[in-house]
Design a protein around this ligand. Structure first.
Ligand code: TYM
Length: 327
């Protein structure tokens, strides 16, 4: 039996990727490389929806490759590429947009949350569906916030298959349990996000001192017991989640360990655990980012492997929908 195919993407927005991106998605990317055939890409076309500065976008794209490699994506085992290097993504997005209802696209919460904006933002989930279906992916490791986009992807795959005959694999979401939804350290009722930035966002690549300071100044809750409970103790619950995934210890075990100890010791330990978790990533990043020729080579090889699959899928799609093949 062939190995399941895994695909996921990440945007080159903001100063870099944050703890939520790592704990909610990228660490699973790294973990899935042995059992699966993996395609991972930088969603640079999606990033255009927020109108980045051109020079900055290029710089961030290169830095993000270095970050992903440092976080454990292995170019020997996975294809790592830039979305914009394969025009098949936008081509399939067009075909799928012709199968998407206007109302259906309008209901996507990410668009609604951003208060509207450009048409690219409106089409964002359709391009995401194209990214996934192009590679006939079986599983898509993403954070909880992407669940709705995966539902749309599944609907579009089924709709296409019903209308034109079996063409696309209907992907399973590989969404991590909601405990991995990492919250902002200053406002633990909101998700940690690139656009927020600030002292509540913990970057994967930053000084150890900055990490320690942000965790020690994280907003905590009334009382002094280290116990989990999102409604009453959102700040402590978020830190418990972070400590749990950083150390591999279950939350109840950690609650037991901190019984009677108060918030100070607890936060010191969370800071140490995160610094330790990222120490090898930060070291490796510094080496990688100093070698742009190597990063470009990784992308070129990734695109070559991705192209084999993407071109074949698009040829089938063109034929199925009735586009005349060029003579
Ligand atoms: P991006 O770059 O915004 O996010 C990358 C991944 O990080 C997850 N994530 C989180 N997980 C837990 N807690 C958080 N606070 C948190 N914030 C972000 C996201 O769920 C995501 O998995 N739309 C995608 C990019 C994309 C894509 C695709 C993904 C484009 N095409 C095709 C999969 C398949 C995104 O949000 O990227």
């Amino acid at each position: 039996m062939s190995r399941p195919r895994v695909l996921s993407g990440i945007q080159p927005t903001g100063a870099g990727k944050h703890l939520g991106n790592y704990l909610g998605a990228v660490r699973y990317w790294a973990a899935m490389q042995d059992e699966s055939e993996c395609f991972y890409f930088i969603a640079d076309l999606h990033a255009l929806t927020v109108s980045p500065d051109p020079a900055e976008l290029r710089e961030r794209t290169r830095r993000l490759i270095a970050e992903l490699l440092a976080m454990g994506v292995d170019p020997e085992r996975s294809s790592l590429f830039a979305q914009s290097h394969l025009p098949e993504h936008t081509e399939l997005a067009w075909v799928l947009s012709c199968l998407t209802g206007f109302g259906e696209a309008s209901r996507m919460t990410q668009f609604k949350d951003k208060g509207g904006g450009n048409v690219g933002l409106f089409n964002y989930p359709i391009l995401q569906a194209a990214d996934i279906l192009l590679y006939q992916a079986n599983a898509v490791p993403v954070g909880e916030d992407q669940r709705q986009h995966l539902e749309l992807t599944r609907d579009l795959a089924q709709r296409f298959n019903n209308r034109y005959g079996e063409t696309f694999t209907v992907p399973d979401p590989y969404v991590q349990k909601s405990a991995d939804r990492i919250k902002d350290l200053q406002d633990p009722t909101a998700k940690m996000s690139t656009s927020r930035g600030g002292p509540g966002t913990l970057w994967v690549i930053e000084d150890d001192q900055a990490t320690t300071k942000k965790i020690k100044s994280a907003v905590t809750d009334t009382g002094r017991d280290v116990v989990y409970g999102v409604a009453e103790k959102p700040g402590i619950s978020n830190l418990l989640t972070i400590l749990s995934v950083a150390t591999g210890k279950a939350v109840p075990e950690l609650e037991g360990a901190y019984a009677g100890k108060g918030y100070g010791d607890f936060k010191t330990d969370v800071a140490e655990a995160v610094v330790e978790l990222f120490a090898p990533v930060r070291r490796r990043f510094d080496e990688l980012v100093a070698d742009p020729a190597y990063l470009d080579q990784v992308l070129a090889e990734g695109a070559t492997r991705a192209r084999e699959v993407a071109v074949a899928t698009m040829a089938t799609v063109r034929e199925r929908v009735g586009l005349l093949a060029p003579a």
